[in-house]
Structure formats: C-alpha cells, structure tokens
Design a binder for this molecule. Structure first.
Ligand code: NAG
Ligand code: NAG
Ligand code: NAG
Ligand code: NAG
Ligand code: NAG
Ligand code: NAG
Ligand code: NAG
Ligand code: NAG
Ligand code: NAG
Ligand code: NAG
Length: 384
C-alpha cells in the first residue's frame, strides 16, 4: 500500500527543475511577487515565462537580502532574493485582489543562507488574522511551499509573517492564481494542500505553468507496486473538465503490477479532527481493443465510495469528495478494485489531497486565533 508523505521533503527540488515552456498561455490574472527584489523591478522567469514584480509596493517593513550564490544555481529566480523581518513580531503584506474569486495562494520559502549565518528559523504564516501554517526551515537548500485555495471576501488580503521567538521570519515569493469558481467546492473554509501528485510519472520532473494553466505544481509520484502507462497524445480537459490538470500530467498513469491486486494508498490523521478533501483525476491512456475493458470500483476504508468508473480515452474525469469532508478517522485508505468483468486493472493519473482550514471571513480577535491554534489537530502522513 502506498502512503503519501507531505513534509517539505516532498517538495524538495520542486523549483530546481528546468521546465521548458510548451506554449504561452494567458497569465494576465496571475499575481507573482518576488520578495526582496529591488523596488519597481520586474523580470520574466525564463523557465515558465511568468512575469514577477518586486514586493516593495506591497509592504513597508523588512529588508531585502540575497540567498548565497551556491543555492541559486538550479532554482527559479523568484527565490534568489528574500525579504526578512528582524524587526517586529508581525509583518504583513497588503495585496489587492478580486473579491469572490477563488484563488490558489502560494507562499515559497528558500532560506539559502541569506543571513550568512545559517540560522534556520521557525515562524508562523497568517492570512489576515487567521493562522495558515507554521514554516519550519530544516535545511537552507529546501524549497518550502505552502498553498491554500481560498476565496477572499475583500478586495485586498494580508499575508503576514509572525515571529514566534524561533528565529527571523523571511519569505521568497507570493503567488496568486485564479481558479474556476465551481472547482474545489467545499462546504466552508479554505483548502490547504497536502499532496498534489502526478502518478505514474515517467520523468522525474515536477510540472507547473505553462504545462498547467492554473500553475499548480504537480510532483512525480511512483510506488514499487505500481507501473507506468503513458501516451504521447494530448489529454483533453478544456471542454469537459474544469479542473484542467496538465495534459503532461494526465498522459501518464499508474497501474498495479499485479493486475488482479487493488491499487491502494492511504494517509493518517493522528488527531482525527482534520477534515480532508480528495480530487482524483483519470484518463484512459491506452487505446483499448474491442475485447478489452477497464472499469473499477473505489472504496474508502473498505466501504464503497464510487464506481464502477470507466476512464474516458484521452479525456480527464475527476472524482472528488462531494459535499461532506472526510473526517473522524485515524487512517484514510483508498482502494481501486478491478471489476469482475473488466479485462484491465485500475489506473490513477493524478491525485490531490487537501485539509480544511476554517478561516473566519472577517477580522477575529487575536485571542480567538490563539485558542484555535491550541486545539488545532495535528496530522501526519507516512510512507510505508
Ligand atoms: C518606484 O516607482 C514609484 C512610482 O513610479 C516612485 O515614486 C518610486 O520612487 C520608485 N522607487 C524606486 C526605488 O525607484
Ligand atoms: C490597492 O488598492 C487601493 C484601493 O483601491 C489603492 O489605493 C492602492 O494603491 C492599491 N495598491 C497597489 C499596490 O496597487
Ligand atoms: C541539506 O540538504 C542537502 C541536499 O539534500 C544535503 O546535502 C545536506 O546535507 C543537508 N544539510 C543538512 C544540514 O541536513
Ligand atoms: C464565483 O462565485 C462567487 C460566489 O458565488 C461570485 O460572487 C462570483 O461572481 C463568481 N465568479 C465568477 C467568475 O463566476
Ligand atoms: C529519477 O530519480 C531517481 C532517484 O533520484 C533515479 O534513480 C532515476 O533514475 C530517475 N529517473 C529518471 C527517469 O530520470
Ligand atoms: C496478486 O493479487 C492477488 C489479489 O490481491 C493475490 O491473490 C495474488 O497472490 C497476487 N499475486 C502476486 C504474484 O503477488
Ligand atoms: C483480444 O483479442 C486479441 C486479438 O484481437 C487477442 O490476441 C487477445 O488475446 C484478446 N484478449 C482477450 C482478453 O480476450
Ligand atoms: C470516519 O469515522 C466516522 C465515525 O467516527 C464515520 O462516520 C465516517 O464515515 C468515517 N469515514 C470518513 C471517510 O469520514
Ligand atoms: C462495484 O460496485 C458496483 C455498484 O455498487 C457493484 O455492483 C459491483 O459488484 C462492485 N464490483 C466490485 C468488484 O466490487
Ligand atoms: C460490467 O458489469 C457491470 C455490472 O456488474 C455493468 O454495469 C458493466 O456495463 C459491465 N461492463 C462491461 C464492460 O461489460
């Protein structure tokens, strides 16, 4: 059974891969801020063609620093500089956005020994007054990435770094990417990314814009009981499927090596209180003969979840948690079972797992925020 792990190690090297631009797509709604870049300066990131701007117009505090040159080599340019905050407990960016739009919000942190001292801090990241996550830097070379899917209720948003006495906060980049309104729908709260995996990847590359129109980061995921299937053809997703996962991600799929065994993966929630949502993306990548078929059922913790599912040839279909989040269990185990009359085993092309952050829409007392922090459940995700 494959377990997913979502520590920062999973993101190690994400930004270090050289991705070739396939074709330019619209990025006019993107907000791409390179923190610590000299005021008023802009540049185009060569690997993605995304235009980045300095953070100087979004914040009055903090100081600009550069990461050490030995860390820059393979990393994208938006992390070459950082803004660090030796002064003040709480430092906030104010960023104008469009109220009511569903955004993917990404904070990136690469220490890169910018202070010349190798002091690796731990600090808190807030969205307004709401605790988003803790950033714990364990290695100066790691890219730490925090992602949220969030619908702001105002035309601006504060991204804040809070010094918790464990070192000087800093940040490398802040990015906003609009998503389609009726994707990633949940009852309430916002979604924090745990895992976004390109199952059956045949390269060791992660993919983002322009492969992915919404600039989601897809990390390669393979498992020793799975093998890869792939097609050189394009996977359609524009017309039928609003999630629009990148074609290059969907064109590879994992399938069990033992064709009669189920495909299984799981994660754990030690606190049992976390709410989760899953989004699984499927596309048939094999041109089936008339006497071949692929259909499978999906169970969650041994109970029927969906099926039978028959992936469409070269076209993405997305299965996801509907209306009610998954919660209250130590383990969440998904199993994909070949149907008895199916000649081929199940496949999985890509999967996303999120946890719910219950953010207040408007201002909240700091005391409330602190109380929530104390009762916040912890979850751990393990590899077996
Ligand atoms: C940045 O641009 C603004 C407006 O054009 C100008 O007032 C400011 O002096 C510029 N800052 C720097 C550091 O060039
Ligand atoms: C954000 O919007 C406010 C109000 O419309 C405006 O005064 C301010 O200049 C904007 N800030 C930036 C950085 O564009
Ligand atoms: C940080 O990560 C790099 C690359 O994985 C590794 O070579 C180095 O030993 C790590 N440093 C520490 C202090 O763990
Ligand atoms: C998305 O949904 C919100 C709330 O339902 C609405 O206010 C907004 O106009 C919608 N945006 C688009 C682009 O449809
Ligand atoms: C992917 O990375 C692993 C471990 O770093 C390596 O063993 C493997 O050969 C790489 N595969 C490809 C296709 O580059
Ligand atoms: C393949 O999976 C089936 C069903 O789980 C199992 O009965 C069988 O022993 C497995 N075969 C091998 C070679 O592992
Ligand atoms: C499907 O038909 C082909 C010949 O067209 C044959 O070689 C193959 O064994 C058949 N497969 C199954 C599962 O019946
Ligand atoms: C988790 O456990 C609860 C009982 O505590 C159960 O009602 C629920 O359906 C379980 N599964 C999921 C996916 O939430
Ligand atoms: C898959 O689910 C359908 C619908 O519930 C059921 O009829 C069928 O027996 C299931 N197949 C397997 C292999 O579990
Ligand atoms: C397999 O059986 C299910 C019902 O058990 C049926 O709905 C489905 O159409 C069948 N698939 C094929 C390829 O015959």
């Amino acid at each position: 059974m494959a377990g997913f792990r979502t520590s920062i190690f999973a993101f190690l090297g994400v930004l270090s891969l050289i991705l070739l631009l396939v074709h330019a797509q619209d990025q006019s709604d993107f907000i791409s801020i390179a923190c610590g870049l000299p005021a008023n300066s802009t540049y185009k990131e060569g690997t993605t063609n995304i235009d980045y701007i300095s953070d100087a117009n979004y914040i009055d505090t903090g100081i600009s620093k550069s990461i050490a040159s030995e860390f820059q080599g393979t990393l994208q340019q938006q992390v070459w500089n950082v803004r660090s905050f030796p002064q003040g407990v709480r430092n906030c960016y104010t960023i104008n956005i469009t109220r009511g739009t569903k955004y993917l919000i990404r904070g990136t942190f690469v220490h890169g020994n910018y202070d010349g001292q190798g002091n690796l801090p731990e600090f808190d990241l807030y969205l307004g007054t709401n605790m988003w996550d803790t950033v714990k830097v364990e290695n100066a070379s790691y890219s730490i990435i925090k992602e949220l899917i969030h619908v702001p209720s105002r035309n601006y948003i504060h991204v804040c770094l809070v010094n918790t006495g464990l070192g000087t906060p800093f940040i490398s980049a802040i990015e906003f990417r609009p998503l389609k309104n009726h994707t990633y729908v949940i009852i309430s709260g916002s979604l924090a990314l745990l895992l976004r995996a390109d199952a059956g990847s045949t390269s060791n590359q992660s993919y983002r814009y322009a492969y992915d129109v919404h600039d989601r980061l897809w990390l390669p995921y393979n498992y020793n009981k799975w093998k890869d299937l792939s097609t050189g053809l394009t996977i359609e997703s524009q017309s039928q499927n609003d999630y629009q996962p990148a074609s290059v991600v969907m064109s590879t799929a994992a399938t069990p090596i033992n064709e009669s065994a189920p495909m299984e993966f799981y994660w754990e929630d030690n606190g049992r209180h976390t709410q989760f949502y899953i989004f699984m993306h499927f596309a048939e990548v094999v041109k089936l003969e008339p006497n071949q078929s692929r259909s499978f059922n999906i169970t969650l913790n041994g109970k029927y979840w969906y099926g039978p599912h028959v992936p469409d040839y070269l076209s993405t279909s997305t299965l996801y948690t509907s209306w009610r989040p998954m919660t209250g269990n130590n383990t969440y185990k998904f199993s994909l079972f070949k149907e008895e009359n199916s000649t081929l085993p199940p496949i999985l092309n890509a999967v996303e797992i999120y946890s719910v952050k219950d953010f207040w829409q408007s201002g909240t007392d700091q005391a409330d925020v602190d109380a929530i922090r104390k009762i916040k459940s912890t979850y751990g995700i393990k590899r077996d």
